[in-house]
Design a protein around this ligand. Structure first.
Ligand code: ATP
Ligand code: MG
Length: 375
């Protein structure tokens, strides 16, 4: 009877997922002795490293899972740490046969890589990327996000990741923090105290970005978003070389000045072999409560960029016009993207339509006009 109870507890506890590795504890070989005596479950688990940031959560989840087994009145959890050998076995299993230091997002990978670029700064790339990422995650996709803007990384804040949060290291494997179901890393997380990348030159940036792509363990992803820095500089070229099969979303404001550089950023991406899958116009006219339209940045920029990028190549659709939205900004400031905080907001609806279009197309549909209805 107690043996059966212990088995039931083992099953329940084994199904608890590690919040960082996102797999059940049983698969991660983290369960140790599990016994039951007088309706009290004694559960032994081991974690990857001492002071594992997820430890409190795992322990609480284990306790709750064991306590929920009928016949268990009390739970005692003993938390230990894996031996180096056990850890090595785990990292090997996680890599799934892939050699260390191998770039997992090559042309053979099943992960779609979507780089969000704009040319001009401040047009809302990071806000859109963060919103698209959480929107796709909410649709059940496994989503990663790389903040490649070394000078002005903003993704952690937009996703509500606390300042100073670092990837968890298990030996040479780095696990990205997870926010709103998106695994997100920023170059800012890799700087040592006081270090700044502002003065870095091309080769140094190239090495860092490359390392970023190889050493961060995202696991299997459906989509990896890359929030590009403004401009068509070193990082854009490096990423173009490392990820020539990436798809590119071009963001622009309705303003003519923004569209010229946006076109250029799309053309640079295309030169490295990447495909421009669409244009998103951001900060377009918002409708005021009295029904009048406030178009701070004019209109037509998005369509102009789409038309220009469609010349001499596959047609590039204008996927959406995202209106100016106070809720989009406050959502970003609060670390809860507007698509989650207020999905009925007009900007949120426009972004959700883009997410849906991206999700519907899948890989290998370059140039196909994405059937998005604009609201
Ligand atoms: N549709 C919108 N309505 C209102 N505010 C917006 C909208 N889109 C972006 N913003 C605001 O504009 C500012 C710039 O946005 P964001 O940081 O996303 O742009 P970016 O293109 O990533 O900038 P950078 O070039 O600095 O990386 C932010 O404060 C953001 O909240
Ligand atoms: Mg940005």
């Amino acid at each position: 009877m107690t043996a059966e109870l212990a088995e039931a507890v083992r099953r329940a506890v084994g199904a608890v997922t590690d919040p960082e590795l996102r797999r059940p504890l049983a698969d991660l070989d983290m369960l140790r002795d599990i016994t039951v005596a007088q309706a009290t479950a004694h559960v032994g688990i081991v974690l990857t490293i001492v002071g594992c940031p997820a430890a409190t959560r795992i322990e609480a989840d284990v306790r709750a899972a064991a306590a929920a087994v009928p016949g268990i009145d009390a739970v005692e959890v003993t938390v230990g740490v894996m031996t180096p050998d056990e850890r090595r076995a785990l990292t090997e299993r996680l890599r799934d046969g892939r050699a260390p230091r191998q770039m997992p997002f090559g042309p053979d990978s099943l992960t779609r890589v979507i780089a969000v670029t704009s040319g001009k700064g401040g047009v809302g790339k990071s806000s859109l990327t963060a919103n698209l990422a959480v929107a796709l995650a909410a649709r059940g996709r496994r989503v990663g996000l790389i903040d490649a803007d070394v000078h002005g990384f903003s993704i952690p804040g937009l996703l509500g990741i606390a300042p100073g949060t670092q990837p968890t290291r298990i030996d040479d494997l780095m696990l990205p923090p997870v926010a709103h179901d998106v695994k997100a890393v920023s170059i800012g997380m890799f700087l040592r105290d006081g270090e700044s990348v502002v003065a870095w030159r091309g080769p140094m940036l190239h090495r860092t970005v490359q390392q970023f792509l190889t050493d961060v363990f995202f696991g299997d992803l459906d989509v990896l978003f890359i929030d590009m820095p403004p401009g068509t500089g070193d990082i854009a070229i490096t990423l173009g070389q490392l990820l020539p099969h990436a798809e590119v979303l071009v963001v622009t404001t309705p303003q003519e000045a923004a569209s010229d550089v946006a076109i250029r950023s799309g053309l640079v991406a295309r030169q490295t072999g990447q495909r421009v899958i669409g244009v998103v116009e951001n900060m377009s006219a918002m409708t005021l409560p009295d029904g009048t339209a406030l178009d701070l940045f004019g209109s037509g920029g998005g369509q102009a960029v789409a038309d220009a990028l469609s010349q001499g190549g596959d047609p590039v659709p204008l996927l959406a016009s995202v209106p100016l939205s106070p809720r989009l900004r406050t959502g970003g400031d609060a670390g809860v993207p507007v698509v989650l905080a207020d999905p009925e907001d007009p900007a949120a609806r426009a972004i959700l339509a883009v997410a849906e279009a991206i999700d519907r197309t899948g890989r290998g549909l370059s140039g196909r006009r994405l059937p998005v209805s604009l609201r």
